[in-house]
Design a protein around this ligand. Sequence first.
Ligand SMILES: Cc1ncc(COP(=O)(O)O)c(C=O)c1O
Length: 384
Amino acid sequence: MHWRSKLLHSRTHTPKDFRSLTVPVYRGSTVLFDQAADIVDDWRQRTHGYTYGLYGSPTVLELGARIAEIEGAHHCFVVPGGQAAIATTYLAFCKAGSHCLLPWSAYGSNQEMAAGLMKGLGIEVEAYDPLIGAGIERMIRPNTALVWTESPGSVTMEIQDVPAIVAAAKARGVPVALDNTYAAGVLFDAFQHGVDVSVQAVTKYIGGHSDILLGSVSVASAPLYERVGSAWAQLGMAVSPDDASLALRGLQTLGVRLERLESSALAVATWLKARPEVESVLHPALPECPGHECWKRDFTGSASVFSFVFRPQVPSARIASFVDALTLFAKGFSWGGTASLVMVYPTLKRPDRDFGGRLVRLNIGLEEPEDLIQDLDRALESLR
Ligand SMILES: Cc1ncc(COP(=O)(O)O)c(C=O)c1O
């Protein structure tokens, strides 16, 4: 062969069966079939064998299989981010004319999708009080296609009575989806509590190092596998095997990171609670957090993210200077990584409360908690 053909058709033989302790990174869009009769085009690679890279290389499927194993799911679809997981779930269950319920404490971009793309498609997404519990029954309509839960809620941290919501929805044949990112799929057992679909921003705790964006959609049963899988495949939710490999690495240390993050976050939250400038600390493990009783009953631990509210005597204008005075807390979105972060919400309101720009969210990282407390202390002193 000419060397130019050799560039593409090699006859080299490297030894096979390299047995690495870690999952190799398999890249590929085209997948090879042995013969014409073997060719299939189907997203169900678990049963049909590999067909096309879009539906996941072995690295991506291994990540999905491990998340499913840890969550006790029937199957887990890996998607490009947490928001992609939310979009996949909406589109799997809702169509024009559907009604859907979403807690008003849901992740902001979920609410934006509800009021934006979903509304445009003729899907009505109605907001509900995250603490409604069994009262959700009154909001379910004949055309309700999906009930979303997210516990704790984003930023305001309400813990939902997911079992009560599941019971009410199940009685009316309505599926329940949970954004289980806070619990990293482990601190709250979504499927034991009857949830049908558990989504995670793998970006946060499983990724764990703020260097990837990934999401997961785990389903409870074979019919849900078909339903969600069909939407997932049509949407073309392709995932980079390199990112999946980083998430597989993240999974290995998730246990030790969560333990450490829990104790550090609790130490900082407890310290803040005693400060005269602070009105309330919204941390699921503290009794003043709305829904704390449900956390105590249903969760096996708490994580790294929580919020606190300054007393009205601290003018909201001073809160930006407090944030700027912090040196160990980086200012930036997201959470669940190794670094401590701070975020302010100057316009945050819920239908039952206006925070007056006095709410601050912290993500506690792997720094020494004493250093973080000193940093907060210095920044609070600078307010005087
Ligand atoms: C609760 C929750 N769900 C979903 C997402 C979206 O995840 P991603 O940033 O991976 O799209 C986020 C991101 O902040 C989140 O906090």
